[in-house]
Design a protein around this ligand. Structure first.
Ligand SMILES: [Zn+2]
Ligand SMILES: [Zn+2]
Length: 97
């Protein structure tokens, strides 16, 4: 048997769940965009060498004769945020004593 009170409580719970799901999803999306793996040089983490950390991106600049020339980014080490999947992928090393 359904009385008006339990109906209202049930409806409220559904509403709360809906709101939580909606806002939780939105917050997650925002968090993800904030964690774009971008280095201080402005290039993506994917453009950086995994081992050496140097940037492989090419940037255009004005050359000596007024012509545009492409030079490699002089970034030596990726200093942007580490994406979550990278943290989980990297092995956790024991602290050196
Ligand atoms: Zn860089
Ligand atoms: Zn770069």
């Amino acid at each position: 048997m359904l009385d008006p009170l339990s109906l209202a409580v049930g409806g409220g719970l559904v509403g709360v769940g809906w709101v939580c799901g909606r806002f939780g999803h939105r917050r997650r999306a925002q968090f993800g965009s904030k964690l774009r793996a971008r280095c201080g040089c402005g290039h993506d983490l994917a453009l950086h060498d995994r081992a050496a950390g140097t940037c492989h991106a090419q940037i255009s600049r004005k050359g000596t004769h007024g012509l545009r020339e492409w030079v490699g980014c002089n970034c030596r080490r990726y200093n942007g945020p580490t994406p979550l999947e990278e943290m989980f992928a990297s092995p956790i090393l024991p602290p050196e004593s």
